[in-house]
Design a protein around this ligand. Structure first.
Ligand SMILES: [Ca+2]
Ligand SMILES: [Ca+2]
Length: 184
């Protein structure tokens, strides 16, 4: 918790925020991200960010549009638009999650570094409807709502554009069920 407070201080949370708000941020476990010149705690919400990208050094930067993301990360323009992006438009060595079907809606990009990402820290638990694994590693999404931690393998490749089509072992589908992303 002290590290999170220090990071908030180091990043200089905007002048409009109150001491109470800072206290509130510090009370939550969450990933802090840069967004529009300020800092947001993804566990508390994304504001109107559309893409949150965790760099391989661990820093998270959020963007309001595909164009802003590409400019901010020094990437060439995308070949096509939201929902129809070519596979090579997604970063290599990443697992990408989408809130919407057909690779649309808010998108979270996590580096495949081996180990687990806890999606609640990113404000993305029970939200993923699409997933792509652009790493050379095997990836899984995991539902921690059950004692046996059911998982769905996401091999490298085209991924799942609509998790409502993937049956969940405890009934229903994988749509809006993932709580962890594991790679390794
Ligand atoms: Ca969703
Ligand atoms: Ca879940």
């Amino acid at each position: 918790m002290a590290a999170a407070v220090g990071l908030v201080a180091a990043l200089g949370v905007g002048g409009a925020s109150t001491a109470a708000a800072d206290q509130d941020r510090a009370a939550h476990v969450g990933v802090l991200a840069r967004y529009q010149g300020g800092t947001i705690n993804l566990a508390e919400g994304w504001e109107d960010a559309r893409i949150c990208h965790q760099r391989e050094n661990g820093q998270v930067h959020c963007y309001g549009s595909e164009a802003a993301y590409r400019a901010g990360e020094d990437l060439p323009p995308a070949r096509s638009g939201d929902g129809t992006l070519a596979g090579e438009d997604y970063p290599q060595n990443y697992v990408c999650l989408w809130d919407g079907a057909g690779y649309t809606g808010p998108r979270l990009q996590l580096p495949a570094v081996g180990g687990a990402h806890v999606l609640s820290d990113y404000g993305f638990e029970d939200r993923a409807t699409g997933v792509v694994n652009r790493s050379g590693m095997f990836a899984q999404i995991v539902d921690d709502g059950y004692d046996d931690f059911p998982s769905l393998g996401v091999p490298p490749g085209p991924g799942f554009p609509d998790l409502s089509r993937q049956a969940h072992p405890h009934g229903g589908s994988w749509d809006n069920r993932a709580d962890l992303v594991r790679t390794g």
